[in-house]
Design a protein around this ligand. Structure first.
Ligand code: UDP
Ligand code: MG
Length: 318
């Protein structure tokens, strides 16, 4: 049953130093959109929007050129580099007024664009969020694959509600994006926020492809920050673990002191050094860990309280 016939679809792609890839990405997406327009699946007002996340290379020059030459392409330039999540948010909120639904996709086309049609069909049938889910990631490096696996495991243990093997390749209807605009958090973790919004959702499966050119903009340090952000923005589980560790250690200490008193009363004087110094170090360590984790959350509160803008728009071309 078609609820939204021939919708206006916008494909939003954040780009950070993607000069090597942009022409190809734009070409492939334009071919896809033209085919869908021809088949009367989507409106001819549909578009591709590239968001330049403060790149240092020719990314903006290329976006500008593509947008001026081609009426399927729009461009948005952010004033500085705000990171993948915020750049994507900037694109989604800016272009939501021009479309019925927006599809987010990485500029490197590692996500298989051939499932976009399936996503759109699901939207026309009344689904608000369609998640792209990777079937396998054999094309990723061993390192990327395993760190990603670890990432999803950690999220599960930490009780963060995200979809397994779903990155930021998804379709959201404009009312989902409108709902998203009400989430004012600075530490943005879209993979956690969007499932928490609700509405009818579905998934499409695809194979993860290789990056066409250029390098991953997610080095290990950024990946760790991303995972840590995901956990601390969505879960207080680390704080709970710390409390539990505290309780367990406290109980162990009770037993230890009972044993020490007993040994003392029996006249077995304890040589003493190990049993005094080791627990001191141990507890000191645990205390520091607890303070550190609590501090991370306080840091998050600090960032949220300031309510700074998450992105600043420099210019737009249509
Ligand atoms: N990206 C961005 N800002 C950044 C880092 C990355 O907009 O600070 C974009 C990048 O251009 C790409 C997407 O986010 O379109 C995903 O990045 P990448 O492909 O490097 O990540 P990976 O696929 O390796 O996880
Ligand atoms: Mg990539």
């Amino acid at each position: 049953m078609t609820i939204h016939p021939q919708p206006i679809i916008g494909i939003v792609s954040p780009c950070y130093n993607e000069e090597e890839i942009l022409y190809e990405t734009s070409k492939q997406l334009q071919i896809l959109l033209s085919q869908l327009i021809e088949k009367n699946i989507i409106s001819d007002k549909s578009f591709i929007a590239f968001v330049d996340d403060g790149s240092h290379d020719k990314t903006w020059t290329i976006i500008n050129e593509l947008a001026t030459k081609n009426n399927l392409v729009k461009g948005l330039k952010l004033a500085g580099n705000v990171g993948h999540q915020n750049a994507l948010l900037g694109g989604l909120l800016t272009f939501n007024d021009d479309a019925d639904a927006l599809i987010s996709i990485d500029a490197d086309l590692q996500d298989d664009i051939s499932v976009i049609e399936e996503m759109i069909v699901k939207y026309t049938e009344g689904t608000d969020v369609v998640y792209g889910v990777r079937k396998q990631r054999t094309t990723d490096t061993f390192f990327k694959r395993n760190t990603a696996l670890l990432f999803y495991r950690m999220m599960k243990i930490m009780k963060v509600n995200i979809l397994y093997n779903h990155a930021d390749f998804r379709l959201c209807s404009s009312r989902v994006i409108k709902a998203l605009s009400q989430f004012n958090e600075v530490n943005l973790f879209l993979r956690g926020i969007i499932p928490s919004i609700g509405f009818k959702n579905d998934v499409v499966y695809y194979d993860r492809l290789e990056r066409m050119a250029g390098e991953s903009k997610y080095p290990l340090k950024k990946m760790l920050t991303f995972a840590w952000n995901g956990i601390t923005s969505f879960s207080t589980f680390p704080l709970k673990i710390v409390t539990r560790i505290g309780v367990i250690i406290f109980i162990c200490c009770l037993f230890m002191s009972v044993y020490a008193l007993y040994s003392l009363s029996m006249g077995n004087t304890v040589p003493g050094w190990v049993s005094t110094v080791l627990p001191m170090y141990f507890l000191g360590g645990i205390q520091l860990l607890c303070i550190g984790i609590a501090g991370e959350y306080i840091g998050k509160i600090y960032a949220e309280v300031k309510q700074r803008p998450r992105y600043i728009i420099d210019k737009r071309v249509d």
